[in-house]
Write a protein that binds this ligand. Structure first.
Ligand code: FBP
Length: 297
């Protein structure tokens, strides 16, 4: 029978079946393929969990972020921290990767492809500073890209992301989106609905991991994780908080089904950064409570 008739027969059957109050069965969704291939089988995830040490602050915020612990201005100090077993990737810009990564090839290198200084006063935007091809040549195991949804520059940024994401697929590199709504279209970038939108945008545009701000509660984070589908959701560390408050946020993210954390200042602005990495290892990878993680120290 020609296939067109088969379709007619199927549609007529459905018309009567659903007309009788039956729910039309939905075709099973195919298993997401890129997610599985690019994250689970790359060093960026361990047991499906992610702990990225972010160190692009020298560009994004300037040396002021290194003042609390002056040693942190030295990239070597942070590359050494990235050898902690809990760290699944170190996010740096091109110049830092070129200068230091060759000595630390055991570190999983996440090439942060775009970034802009705090000296820029225009609508939120981020210059693409290196290509995926060049990052792969330097040794990158993953790439990262900021998208400012709601900025007047969103369209151009999304187009730049498209090029990077497709090149990353060719190189089989997982893609992390720093999904930060801000700019003229965004009144409040910490509203749960805005953060959920940011996570969804990461899924829609093809990111494997969405790095988003904490939406304020475990319940709100559950919604964020839900709408991101197969895209893993990780929390952005934020400015330095005390140990308990910080770990409680991380615990809430994990309890909400999040995959982990990308953190900078809450590690390298501490006098004992290894101690907080130990605690994060417990909470993220060993499912420990905050009390248990703090008691270990
Ligand atoms: P923190 O954990 O220090 O917040 O770092 C995460 C990060 O996304 C960095 O990669 C980036 O430099 C910084 O935050 C950008 O912060 P913001 O744009 O919110 O000032």
């Amino acid at each position: 029978m020609p296939s067109v008739y088969i379709v007619y027969v199927y549609e007529i059957y459905n018309f009567f079946w659903t007309g009788l109050g039956h729910v039309k069965p939905k075709p099973a969704l195919a298993t997401p393929t890129y997610e599985m291939r690019h994250i689970e089988h790359t060093p960026l995830a361990q047991d499906g969990k992610v702990l990225i040490l972010a160190y692009d602050h020298g560009l994004e915020h300037g040396p002021v972020d290194f003042e609390p612990v002056p040693d942190s201005a030295d990239p070597e100090h942070v590359f050494k921290l990235a050898t902690h077993p809990a760290v699944t990737g170190l996010a740096v810009q091109k110049g830092v990767a070129e200068a230091y990564y060759p000595e630390y090839e055991d570190v999983t290198l996440l090439a942060k492809l775009n970034g802009t200084s705090n000296l820029w006063m225009g609508e939120p935007d981020s210059a693409v500073n290196w290509s995926v091809e060049y990052a792969a040549e330097v040794g990158a195991d993953a790439v990262g890209f900021t998208l400012y949804g709601g900025s007047n520059r969103e369209v151009e940024m999304a187009e730049e992301f498209r090029d990077a994401q497709e090149a990353a697929r060719e190189h089989e590199l997982p893609v992390v989106m720093w999904s930060y709504p801000r700019g003229q279209g965004v009144k409040n970038d910490t509203k749960p609905g805005v953060i959920a939108y940011a996570a969804r945008q990461a899924l829609e545009l093809g990111a494997d991991v969405a790095k988003v701000k904490y939406p304020g509660s475990k319940e709100a984070m559950e919604e964020v994780v839900e709408v991101a589908g197969p895209t893993k959701v990780i929390m952005s560390g934020g400015s330095k908080a005390d140990d308990r408050a910080f770990l409680e946020r991380v615990r809430a993210v994990m309890d909400a089904g999040g995959a982990g954390l990308a953190v900078g200042r809450n590690v390298f602005q501490r006098d004992d950064p290894e101690a907080i990495l130990d605690a994060l290892e417990q909470v993220i990878f060993e499912d420990a409570s905050v009390d248990a993680a703090l008691a270990e120290r």
